[in-house]
Ligand binder design. Sequence first.
Ligand SMILES: Cc1cc2nc3c(=O)[nH]c(=O)nc-3n(C[C@H](O)[C@H](O)[C@H](O)COP(=O)(O)O)c2cc1C
Ligand code: SF4
Length: 423
Amino acid sequence: MSEKIISKFFDIEDSHTIEIYEKHGGYETIRKVLKQWTPEQIIEEVSNANLRGLGGAGFPAGRKWSFIPKDSPKPKYLVINADESEPGTFKDRYVIDHYTHGLFEGIMIASYAIGAHKAFIYIRGEYIRQTERLVEQIEAAYEKGYLGKGIFGSKFDLDLIVHRGAGAYICGEETALLESLEGKKGWPRMKPPFPAIEGAFHSPTIVNNVETLAYVPTIIKNGADSFANLGSERNGGLRLYSISGHVKNPGVYELPMGIPLREIIYEHAGGLENGNGIKAVIPGGSSSPILTPNEIDVNMDFDSLAAIGSMLGSAGIIVMDDSTCMVRALYVVTRFYHHESCGQCTPCREGTGWAEKVLKRILDGAGRPEDVDNLVEIADNIIGNTICPLGDAAALPIQSYVKKFREEFEYHVREGKCDVKGQ
Ligand SMILES: Cc1cc2nc3c(=O)[nH]c(=O)nc-3n(C[C@H](O)[C@H](O)[C@H](O)COP(=O)(O)O)c2cc1C
Ligand code: SF4
C-alpha cells in the first residue's frame, strides 16, 4: 500500500512551514469549508469516514462532535491532546514536527464544525522543540490572517493557544487535562458530565488527539468514502503506528487501519534483530494487554483487537524478543503506573503500589508461593473500581502477562531466579 496522507510530509524539507504546506494544496480545504459547508455537513462527512479517535479510546470522532449542544449560550472549546505520554507512543510528535499546518487546518475545520472560537493545544512539557515549533507557526498563521478575527476573510474567528503540561502522564486523560488547563492539579473528574456537555471552564468542549484532527482536512477534501475505504469496517483510513523494541527498523509507519500486526513487524519494521524469535508484543501502548506470537496475525483495528481481548489504543507497538524476562517487563510497566497514579482512588493508588512491591520481591528471588495469585487478585480489585481508566490501564497488563506467561512467573517464585537466556 503506497498511499500516505500525513507521512508523505515527513521527508519534505521545511514541510512545517505555511509556504511548503500551501505548495502541496494546504489550506485549500478550509477556504472551501468556510464558503460552502455547514457545520452539520462536516460532522456528517467525518462520521461517514469512520474516523475513530486515535488517542487511545477509538471513539468515533464525528459522533463525539455531534454531542456539543447547539443551543448552549456558553462558549465552545476545542482542546487538542498533545500530551503523548503512553509508553511506546511517539507519533504525535512527528505530526507536530512535519505536518504542523495540516494539524492547524484540521483544528480550524473541527472548530468550525462545533462552533468553537478558541482552541487549546495541550502539549506534554518534555516536548520543548515541538512547543517552540507550534508557537512559531501559530504566529506565522496569525500574520497571514489564517488565525484570529475573520479567518481567510470569512466571518469565522479562531484563536489557537498552546498550553504546556508539566510532565504528568495522567494529564493525557481528558478530564485531568482539562483540570490542568484550568490551572489546577491534574486530577481526573467523575464522568458524567462528559466534556462535550461540561468541559473546559464549565463549557461544552471537545477533546481530540493530534493525529485524529490531522486526518480531517483529507477527509473533507477527498470525501468520506475515499478515507473510509482505506481502512477496515467501522475503522476508517490510515493511522500512524509507532513501533519500537527488538525490531530492526523502529519508527513511525503510516499504514491502513486493519493491517495485520505481523506485516507491520516483519515487512515494515524489518523483523527482529539478530534473527531472534518473538516472545511477546504490546500492540497499542503499555496499557494494552500483551499478545503472544500466536496472536500476531490479528488485524490492527479497534474491533479486531478488542475481539481477542486486547486494545489498539494509541497503536504504540513494542516488540519483545525471546531474551525478554516477562516478570521484569511487567515490573517496569507496573512501576510506571504506580508512579503516575494520581492517588485519588484507593484501588489504583494502593493496588499499583502493592503490585510493584510483589513484582520486585519476585524479581529479587524472594517471591512467596501465593504471589502469582496475589498479583491477579490485586489487578481484579482495581478493574472497574476507579474514577478514570488509568486503574484499568495498570491492571490489564498484570492480568494478561500472568495469564499468558504464568509458568515463567511461577519459575521465578519457585527457583528464585530467571530462566531466560541473557538475563
Ligand atoms: C491515563 C490516560 C492517559 C491518556 N493519555 C493520552 C495522551 O497522551 N494523548 C491522547 O490523545 N489521549 C490520551 N488519553 C485518552 C484521552 O482521555 C481521550 O480519550 C483522547 O484525548 C480523546 O481524543 P480522541 O477521541 O481523538 O482519541 C489518555 C487516557 C488515559 C486514561
Ligand atoms: S484511577 Fe488512578 S489515576 Fe485515575 S483517578 Fe483514580 S487514582 Fe487517579
